[in-house]
Design a protein around this ligand. Sequence first.
Ligand code: FES
Length: 133
Amino acid sequence: MQRLDDLAATVTVRPKNITFSIEPGQSVYDAAVQNGIRWPTSCEGLGTCHLCFMSVIEGADRINAVEPFEADGLAEVVDTSREGTLRLACQVRPEGDIIVMKRGVRKVPGRPHPNSGPAARRQSDPTSGAKDE
Ligand code: FES
């Protein structure tokens, strides 16, 4: 029998119905970033900004328990529109599919290749104004 924690799970984020896969032991926030999805944050997953809070609509029985560090952070969050279980996305590690509610989550448009930006164009353009001394 295959253990549930050996399988990738799926996170669905409402209201935009954005869906992405999540690896075993990975946080919802880290999985979102890995999948090119912007998730509200200012600490980038360190657990200190509390901007990543979300409501777990389905699958609350498939996520890890709240640790004291997260509980302290949640105590500072006020979400009057919440439904379901309020959690920090950077602290939740699902063991199965979950559905959450989080406004402000969106897919990040494709980023330009690192060799196609202004710095790369300046290096390849001899008329760009860069002079050798
Ligand atoms: S990303 Fe900052 S607390 Fe979760």
